[in-house]
Design a protein around this ligand. Structure first.
Ligand SMILES: Nc1nc2c(ncn2[C@@H]2O[C@H](COP(=O)(O)OP(=O)(O)OP(=O)(O)O)[C@@H](O)[C@H]2O)c(=O)[nH]1
Ligand SMILES: [Mg+2]
Length: 201
């Protein structure tokens, strides 16, 4: 190595780093998703759901849940030698909405996770990204206990545009989550190219 050059004379690859948000309703598996793919020990900000929080934290449908994200999840995954994603998981509860703008700054795209048993919980996240023209992919986290629906039914129920990818996934499974993240990058790239065309054309 001489001043950053490898023996073969090629400069070392400086990876492109992209910021991706992982959003969605309370308890849909955002923290699980970041933890499943991150190659660094994910940073978590979990707090115990307490009796005192019961009036404000609606845990119906996620009774088995004992902790919740209060600021963010952070993880990293190298998709290719020259492409690294930084993942930012948002808090799922309404009382943490004030953090979203901070987290969304500079994001290339997002995954909105949904649980078909509580589909309406992701309306707010969908709305948020649509309003700001941040490209997102809808990831349907397939919990064993939940009924399976065709992706087109989910699209219709959420009134998503035709170009928004809807994919079934398992937030606990590294390969499955990787596929979703690749979809986000592809979708965001297509979105950016389209925007450039609109501006120049
Ligand atoms: N069966 C099943 N359980 C899952 C799956 N994904 C997450 N879980 C479980 O669901 C619970 C909630 O997951 P979290 O990852 O904490 O959800 P979250 O979206 O980060 O929750 P908040 O930060 O509180 O909004 C945990 O107990 C997970 O183990 C899944 O795909 N299948
Ligand atoms: Mg969480």
């Amino acid at each position: 190595m001489i001043f950053g050059r490898t023996e073969r004379g090629k400069p070392p690859v400086e990876p492109v780093t992209l910021k991706i948000l992982v959003a969605g309703g309370f308890g849909v598996g955002k923290t699980t998703l970041v933890g499943a793919v991150s190659e660094i020990r994910p940073l978590r900000t979990e707090e115990v759901l307490t009796e005192a929080g019961r009036p404000v934290d609606d845990i119906s449908g996620v009774e088995g849940k004992h902790t919740t994200t209060v600021a963010m999840d952070f993880g990293r995954i190298t998709l290719r030698e020259d492409l690294v994603l930084y993942l930012f998981g948002t808090p799922g509860q309404d009382r943490f909405w004030f953090l979203w703008d901070e987290l969304a700054t500079g994001a290339l795209g997002a995954v909105v996770l949904a649980d078909t048993r509580r589909l309406e919980d992701c309306f707010a996240a969908v709305d948020y990204f649509e309003r700001r023209s941040i490209p997102f992919v809808m990831g349907v986290n397939c919990f064993e206990e939940a009924a399976r629906y065709p992706v087109e039914d989910v699209r219709r129920a959420l009134d998503l545009d035709d170009d928004v990818p809807v994919v079934l996934c398992d937030a606990r499974d590294r390969e499955s989550v990787k596929e979703v993240l690749i979809d986000v990058v592809r979708h965001a790239m297509a979105h950016a190219a389209e925007r450039r065309e609109t501006v120049s054309g």
